[in-house]
Design a protein around this ligand. Structure first.
Ligand code: F6R
Length: 243
């Protein structure tokens, strides 16, 4: 893992966007793995800026999102589909047919999980995957547990995650309890990974991810086995690392 520590989240976002932009310049047909949540917002803002400056072009880029809540419509303010359009896709020239976010209201979620992984494979795999980390060490919605789950699957969200995400909903009862998520294998098959973590609330999870043992209790710790991970931190998220 290459670990870079920046002054604040804006700088970490800018730096991670530069790495993604370099990949897009190098390969205009690249396949990006996208994350939602508050962490990648500065990254997406910087990507939009680079696009507006004419430095990067999304005309041939394809994307796959990591995860989506189950049971809320795509137009719901908190759906990850809507998040991606509001914060990135509507601001760049990506083609709507080139973006994939798991379907939250599918009649057959199990089949959708299989076809999501098949679609990633058919696209040639993910060239570079953006990740955030939950304060419990989750990546995508792979929650701490006894084992790592390989493929895209349906997950029951932990109380910790429901609690952390309630800030986006009017009440905790409105937070969906299930999600569809890329599995650890789907993530580990990405050719390259950009992990972004900012804020002191992430410091413990970041320490476990980088300095801890590889353990499904901290799903992000599996990234120690990936050959090409670049971690972008701010001072807060890096606070507990032995340097
Ligand atoms: C979102 C995702 C989650 C988040 C994580 C951190 O697509 O996969 O794993 O990256 O929950 O969320 P924030 O950035 O809101 O702290």
């Amino acid at each position: 893992m290459k670990v870079h520590i920046y002054r604040d989240k804006a700088q970490a976002g800018q730096a991670s966007a530069l790495l993604l932009a370099a990949k897009i310049i190098e390969n205009p047909d690249c396949v990006l793995g996208m994350a939602t949540g508050s962490t990648p917002l500065p990254t997406y803002e910087s990507l939009v800026e680079l696009y507006n400056q004419g430095i990067i072009d999304f005309g041939r880029v394809r994307t796959f999102n990591l995860d989506e809540y189950v049971g809320i419509s795509r137009s719901h303010e908190q759906s990850y589909f809507r998040f991606m359009f509001d914060n990135l896709f509507s601001k760049i020239n990506i083609k709507p047919e080139n973006v994939a976010v798991p379907n939250p209201v599918s009649a057959n979620l199990q089949d959708d999980c299989l076809s999501y992984d098949a679609a990633i494979k058919a696209a040639g795999g993910i060239d570079i995957q953006v990740l955030g980390i939950g304060n419990n060490g989750h990546i995508a919605f792979n929650e701490p547990g006894r084992t790592f789950t390989f493929a895209t699957h349906i997950v029951e969200l932990t109380e910790n995650t429901i609690e952390a995400n309630k800030r986006f909903f009017s009440s905790i009862d409105d937070v969906p309890k299930r999600a569809i998520t890329m599995g650890i294998g789907s993530i580990m098959q990405a050719k390259e990974i950009v992990m972004i973590a900012t804020g002191e609330a992430k410091a413990e999870a970041v320490k476990a991810m980088i300095d801890g043992q590889i353990d499904p209790q901290c799903p992000a710790s599996i990234l120690q086995l990936h050959p090409a991970v670049t971690v972008f931190l701010d001072e807060g998220a890096a606070a507990l690392l032995s340097r």
